[in-house]
Design a protein around this ligand. Structure first.
Ligand code: NAD
Length: 393
């Protein structure tokens, strides 16, 4: 509408007022969050996709110190060369930074002018960066758009996808979090070139997990190609990242807000998270903790007669062949079994007395049990490789 004084945007409504009734009034909000995951093979292709997604917005690019020095400073420069306004900040690398303290510092930085509501936050790094920055993006101004640019294999195939964002609390991992989907994910497998072997193996643990719970095809691909992946052959990496990304996206779509707490994706994570907590979030990498957790779950399943011994051997054998730890004794730090049990009991308390275990029963098949006893857990995490049957003996 235009009048003499200027233009107005007109809002006109005729909401009906119902009679007073016994039934509750209903209030609802429906949202649907679809986003593209671009899997690229080099930085110039990644830059194209990222610039397209950013459009004419300003960018607040957040990474950790290591990723900034290796890659993010270059990406920021390339975006600026394209006329995109970019501000950058970093925080120290490592799980200890996945904290409220880091989040508070990032929120201060955003509030100091780095981001307005229509701008976009870019989280560039491994799982620690995408989890922390995603959570910050979810709360800042009740949610600003963010794009993930993962730089570790673990973030490529897992953390950057699915919109589970969180920081850790000293009592439990990921205790302070949200579901907040990114606007897009731009993966560049070229970034894996600078990743060390231990981190690369840690990322493979999450691919193995997804193969076990839902895709024999992905499991077999990982069996066939892990040596080439560890040798960083681009085609093998691309194939695996593509396959594992696709499987993760399909799994998340089924229950994106985790209404069903019985979640196969948590295979290896009950023991894995407790292990990370008791070791102080750092010395044991996430994928390493998950690998030990998968072995504990598979062993428990085999001892209950749910998983045939050759199935156990195949699962544990792949983790071992990749070079992942398969028992507490192979971790880089000493972990007392009773400390681990204590951390699990703490998680049980937080979860209203129930500790859910995902137990694999075959490739592509799991059961969820909430009756795994402390003795069973103790036996599984105390097991040494020599106790496994067959080829693992
Ligand atoms: P990370 O982010 O700590 O990265 C590992 C190390 O590699 C860091 O020191 C980092 O600076 C460095 N790094 C990153 N990219 C690099 C590169 N290209 N070259 C060289 N160094 C590089 O750890 P991560 O293993 O990527 O992620 C673990 C975290 O992810 C955990 O906190 C875990 O809880 C979380 N996670 C989240 C989800 C989810 O769904 N949100 C899923 C799985 C894991």
């Amino acid at each position: 509408m235009v009048n003499g004084a200027g233009a107005y945007q007109v809002f006109s409504d005729r909401l009906a007022v119902p009679d007073v009734a016994e039934e509750p009034l209903l209030s609802g909000a429906v949202r649907s969050d679809w986003y593209p995951v671009h899997i690229t093979v080099d930085e110039s292709e990644a830059l194209e996709r990222l610039a397209d997604e950013v459009g004419d917005r300003r960018v607040a690019l957040i990474s950790d110190d290591t990723v900034h020095a290796l890659h993010a400073h270059r990406l920021a420069g390339a975006l600026a060369d394209r006329g995109i306004a970019v501000s950058t900040t970093t925080f120290p690398a490592g799980e200890a930074s996945k904290s409220m303290a880091t989040a508070a510092r990032l929120l201060d930085w955003l509030a100091s002018g780095a981001v307005r509501r229509r701008d976009v936050v870019v989280a560039m790094g491994g799982g620690v960066v995408v989890d922390t920055v995603g959570w910050v993006a979810s709360v800042y101004m009740r949610g600003v758009p963010y794009i993930n640019v993962p730089t570790t294999l673990l973030a490529d195939v897992d953390a950057a996808l699915g919109g589970k964002v969180a920081v850790d609390h000293h009592t439990a991992k990921n205790l302070i979090g949200a579901f907040y989907q990114p606007k897009a994910v731009v993966t560049n497998i070229g970034y894996i070139d600078t990743l060390d072997d231990r981190q690369l193996r840690s990322g493979l643990a999450e691919a193995v997990k997804k193969g076990i719970i839902s895709s024999p095809e992905l499991f077999e691909l990982t069996e066939r190609s892990h040596a080439r992946i560890l040798a960083r052959e681009p085609e093998a990496l691309r194939r695996l990242v593509h396959a594992a990304t696709s499987v993760k996206c399909r799994l998340v779509e089924r229950d994106p807000y985790e209404r069903d707490l019985a979640r196969p994706l948590n295979l290896g994570h009950t023991v894995g998270h407790a292990l990370e907590t008791v070791t102080g979030y750092g010395p044991v990498l996430h994928g390493e903790a998950v690998a030990v957790g998968i072995v504990a779950a598979a062993l428990t399943s085999e001892r209950r007669g749910l998983l045939p011994t050759d199935g156990l051997e195949r699962m544990v054998g792949l983790l071992r062949d990749i070079g992942l730890p398969i028992s507490l004794s192979q971790l880089p730090v000493d972990v007392a079994v009773e400390d681990l049990i204590g951390a699990l009991e703490q998680i049980r308390k937080i979860r209203d007395g129930s500790l859910r275990f995902v137990l694999p029963t075959a490739l592509g098949e799991v059961v969820i049990a909430d009756d795994v006893s402390t003795d069973e857990i103790r036996a599984a995490v105390s097991a040494r490789i020599g106790e496994f049957a067959g080829s693992l003996r």
